[in-house]
Design a binder for this molecule. Structure first.
Ligand code: MG
Length: 285
């Protein structure tokens, strides 16, 4: 793999995990491991950006054998910010938080969302272990890690598409956010997976660096991140049509295979385009 980009540019690969980098069913990612090493050696910043919790992403990084900066719980917080830039080292625990705590979210939910809509939402915290396990595809300690959430409350929505639309409107009015992921919906504060993009661009711009963000995603909750990127790579879920972006960025690559192979299929195309992206920019001054 040839990775070419100009020295005045910081390249960020921002990637969803489940169904994008990790196999939708088994969560495996073996073929990607050596490629990640190669990308990091070339100076590319890799930021996992997932609805997963900080504990789950820490576990993923341990399996990978590298410490990475990451965004967890759908844009609620950016962890290990010190790994992106030294001047972010001064932050408390190297974490920047945009999310609201779950107790606060549920209080707002109770008094701002209509009863008939709330009745169609079944929160995972109200379920037994077996049902939680079926929905998340996890058991034991891994299930516990997935449920130890600080800023997002997962639920299943049983209503119609119209009702889901009304729910989103009511949530927005109450300064809440409802998003659909691959397996579940999430209630959160007003943040999404693109919440840190401007901060990252500003940071590198202060270092006299231009930023190119390559985003990889598979699901509705990745749309904001994919649209706010310079290059979007869409990975289809098994036996499902690939996501279509309402407002796509300049360049979109859609893989033909599911994760993790689809991630590896889209990556060289995106890197090749990156080369031309730089040349184009040079030519236009
Ligand atoms: Mg996903």
């Amino acid at each position: 793999m040839i990775i070419n980009y100009s020295t005045d540019t910081s390249v960020i690969i921002m990637t969803d995990l489940d169904g994008t980098l990790l196999d939708f069913n088994t969560f495996g990612f073996d073929p990607i491991r050596p490629v990640i090493e190669e990308l990091l050696e070339s100076g590319i910043v890799i930021i996992p950006n997932s609805s997963k919790t900080n504990i789950e992403i820490d576990n993923f990084c341990n399996l990978l054998g590298v410490k990475l900066p990451y965004i967890c719980e759908n844009g609620a917080s950016l962890c290990n910010a010190n790994l992106i830039g030294e001047s972010w080292d001064i932050l408390n625990n190297h974490t920047i938080i945009k999310g609201r705590g779950c107790t606060d979210l549920m209080e707002t939910w109770l008094y701002s969302i209509d009863n008939n809509l709330r009745q169609q939402c079944y929160f995972l915290t109200e379920m037994g272990t077996e049902q939680q396990s079926d929905i998340l595809g996890l058991t034991g300690k891994e299930l516990d890690c997935a449920l130890t959430r600080q800023f997002t409350c997962p639920f299943i929505f049983n209503g119609t598409d119209d009702d889901y639309h009304y729910l989103q409107i009511q949530a927005k009015t109450a300064r809440l956010n409802v998003q659909k992921g691959g397996r579940i919906c999430q209630l959160s504060g007003e943040h999404n997976k693109a919440s840190f993009n401007q901060l990252l661009r500003d940071y590198f711009s202060n270092q006299q660096q231009k930023t190119i963000i390559l985003a990889f995603g598979d699901s509705y909750n990745d749309v904001s991140m994919l649209e706010a990127a310079d290059i979007a790579c869409i990975i289809p879920q098994p036996a499902k049509p690939a996501l279509i972006l309402p407002t796509p960025p300049k360049k979109v690559f859609t893989a033909t295979t599911a994760a993790p192979d689809g991630w590896l299929e889209a990556l060289p195309n995106a890197l090749k385009y990156l080369e031309n992206f730089n040349i184009e920019r040079h030519n236009h001054g």
